[in-house]
Design a protein around this ligand. Structure first.
Ligand code: KG4
Ligand code: ZN
Length: 339
């Protein structure tokens, strides 16, 4: 069979990214232009600034991705692009660019669900991984526990009732003065702290054991900080970071193991920005080893937003015959499993 080369574009939040992926699993290039430094000034992503920066960067990033892969547009089979969920203005830049290239070069256009992309990051470094498997998706906007029944087909077992896991990391980071982006900073500081120093609550929901809730632990951290402030006591920020992180990681691992048992799944994957968290990777690995499960996780660079994962997802959509028309639009609140 002839090789399928996907040029993939991702611009849903604050990374402008392009990648060339061969047959869904081999990454020929992976260019990521991060806007983190810019948004750090404001303590979070400013949507209008993100859109403008995507417009400035997108052509350079695509040119670089083609150059790094040593290919030209004539070698490309199809264009894959994230069309949701995400920031509407940011998504529109990638979607418009993808449509323009596909139209000009007479190439098939494939809109990709951002979260399907995160899951597909696992295919890149694990050639043996094929559905079905259980996947915990933990990003800045999403927390889902799903069975990946087939490529691009998900059965949602659990989801967050309030904050996403990454959002909780970002909010706690802000509260303890670490700034944006919070997740990696909490991860780093937690290495110097004692995870058993403070007992923060583990969010459990009696009606659905696979659902998540992180607002309780977030409030507990804020209360702890306020209490210390009122008493004029110094706090140990590393202990807070480590204890908060442990509370979140314990719940993520517990719920995943429970679902694995209940649904007889013995292959477990993690995906999304929070999947790059050191403590989560270690705890999940250990829990899987103890039960004899195979554990899959992308390298940290493929966990956070990138276009290689979009190229992997687009390949399997291409194989299934998914094609989008010139009316493809950005869908900021696109649901998982929706097209
Ligand atoms: O998947 P992602 O790059 O973007 C979204 O689709 O949301 O995830 C970003 C989220 C942010 O909330 C960020 O703080 C969190 O992932 N994150 C982490 C780590 N690296 C990124 N959270 C915990 N530990 C990390 N090492
Ligand atoms: Zn993402």
């Amino acid at each position: 069979m002839e090789d399928v080369l996907i040029l993939a574009i991702e611009s849903s939040c604050d990374e402008t990214a392009a990648s060339v992926v061969k047959n869904g699993r081999t990454v020929l290039s992976n260019v990521i232009s991060s806007q983190i430094a810019l948004h750090t000034l404001y303590g979070g992503v400013v949507p209008e600034i993100a859109s403008r920066k995507h417009i400035e960067k997108i052509n350079q990033v695509i040119t670089q991705a083609l150059r790094d892969a040593s290919v030209t547009l004539s070698d490309i089979t199809a264009i894959g692009v994230t069309y949701g969920p995400g920031l509407v203005g940011a998504l529109l830049v990638g979607v418009a660019e993808a449509k323009a290239i596909a139209y000009a070069r007479h190439l098939p256009l494939i809109g990709v669900h951002h979260i399907e992309g995160h899951v597909s990051a696992n295919y890149i470094e694990h050639p043996d991984l094929e559905p079905p498997f259980l996947c915990l998706i933990v990003s800045g906007g999403h927390t889902h526990l799903v069975i990946v029944k087939d490529y691009g087909e998900f059965e949602i077992l659990g989801r967050t009732r309030d904050d996403a896991a990454g959002e909780a990391f970002d909010k706690v980071a802000r509260a303890i003065g670490l700034g944006y982006p919070g997740g990696p900073k909490v991860d780093a500081l937690a290495r110097e702290g004692n995870p058993r120093a403070i007992e923060f609550p583990r969010g459990k929901l009696s009606d659905c054991p696979y659902d998540f809730s992180f607002s309780g632990v977030k409030s507990a951290v804020l209360n702890y900080l306020n209490g210390a402030k009122m008493k004029g006591e110094e706090v140990n920020r590393a202990d807070i970071a480590a204890s908060f992180q442990k509370s979140v990681v314990d719940v993520l691992v517990d719920h995943t193991m429970l679902a694995a048992r209940d649904f007889s799944m013995d292959r477990i994957a993690i995906a999304g920005g929070v999947a790059s968290n050191g403590a989560l990777r270690e705890a999940m690995e250990k829990a899987c080893r103890r039960r004899g499960f195979r554990f899959y996780r992308p390298s940290p660079i493929l966990c956070t937003d990138n276009a290689a994962m979009i190229g992997a997802a687009a390949y399997y959509e291409y194989r299934k015959g998914t094609r989008h028309g010139w009316d493809l639009n950005a869908v900021p609140n696109l649901k998982l499993g929706e097209r």
